[in-house]
Design a protein around this ligand. Structure first.
Ligand code: CP
Length: 338
């Protein structure tokens, strides 16, 4: 497996990740999964380090698993909640970050509803010449790199539990279905999965799957021949071609909070056309698996019974993978040559 010496100070997105960096995260996460299976579940790797979780937008999974990951690495954690912070008194986001820096934060995990906030803080920290690492925990519609990495870890671990690696996905067909337009998870997954030489098929209604996205793979609607950088990305405004013979199906939450205009006739109609159901899964490979980053709108993007069916659903495994993958990220950023 091609791994690399970690030199990346900040993790702001997966668009510029190299295959060796993906494999390094996967391999490190696999080691931490072993640690998590021991009685103590803890290592002293980041003893003395301070991880600040700055979440300016709600989160259950990402926030809690970053906190648990930091604790499992023996780091100290600082947790910030926008609603009870001095933001409510007019303090700026940058001043908030500098406040945590002054308290000794070595790493800041940042979620914000606006794209680019983690980048802006990283740039400010670079200009200040301080050695602090910024991890993007989801910024607007831009990227959610740790989610992309935990999805990659979940899928590759299913194929080879001991040695999850990017190369395992060559030739696999992965469908990403739903509200692609508003999904930072979809963007991060597009970058990681297309780096693996998997075929990635996006499907959704035209209002939620803009043709513009085809530029990532330089493909066009239903034109599998057009590719760039060997990224195999295909767009479909109907579900069936995306599901046909798929190995994995990722469904996405309809992000109603980000929809500023009427993009869908109704949730019922959306489910009728794009909802993942047992019937529709018959189009896929018999051993197809379903992923969803959560939180889920039950009965909208996926039927409720399917979500809970362990034969198909990897949703719980995704959450479990999140801790090991976030341990890997914190460890690599905290101890790498960055
Ligand atoms: N998948 C995800 O980001 O979930 P949370 O919003 O609960 O963190």
């Amino acid at each position: 497996m091609a791994t690399t010496v970690w030199t990346r100070r900040h993790v702001l997105g997966l668009a510029d990740f190299t295959p060796a960096e993906f494999d390094t995260v996967l391999q490190t996460a696999a080691s931490f999964r072993e640690v998590l299976s021991t009685r103590t579940k803890k290592v002293p790797a980041l003893q003395g380090h301070v991880v600040a979780n700055l979440f300016f937008e709600p989160s259950t999974r990402t926030r809690s698993s970053f906190e648990l990951a930091a604790r499992r690495l023996s780091a100290d954690t600082l947790n910030f909640a926008a609603g009870t912070s001095s933001l409510t008194k007019g303090e700026t986001i940058l001043d908030t970050a500098k406040t945590y820096l002054a308290m000794g934060a070595d790493m800041m995990v940042i979620r914000h509803r606006e794209a680019g906030v983690p980048h802006a803080i990283a740039s400010e920290m670079n200009q200040l010449g301080v050695r602090v690492s910024i991890l993007n925990a989801g910024d607007g519609q831009h990227e959610h790199p740790s989610q992309g990495l935990l999805d990659l870890f979940t899928i590759t671990s299913l194929i080879d539990f001991e040695y999850p690696r990017l190369g395992l996905l060559a030739g696999k067909k992965i469908a990403i279905v739903g509200d692609i337009l508003h999904s930072r998870v979809a963007r991060s997954n597009i970058w990681s999965l297309t780096s693996s030489k998997a075929e990635v098929h996006l499907a959704g209604p035209p209002t939620l799957l803009p043709k513009l996205l085809a530029e990532i793979g330089d493909s066009s609607i239903s034109n599998p021949k057009s590719q760039s950088q060997n990224r195999k990305l295909f767009l479909h405004w109907e579900l069936e071609p995306a599901l046909k013979d798929a190995d994995f199906v990722m469904t996405l939450r309809l992000q109603k909070e980000r929809m500023t205009s009427h993009l869908l006739p109704s949730l019922r109609e959306y489910h009728q056309h794009y909802g993942i159901t047992r019937d529709r899964l018959k189009l896929c490979k018999p051993d197809v698996k379903i992923l969803h980053p959560g939180p889920v709108n039950r009965g909208v993007e996926i039927s409720s019974d399917l979500m809970d069916d362990p034969q198909f659903s990897l949703i719980s495994q995704q959450v479990t993978s999140g801790v090991a993958v976030r341990m890997a990220l914190l460890y690599l950023m905290g101890s790498g040559k960055n």
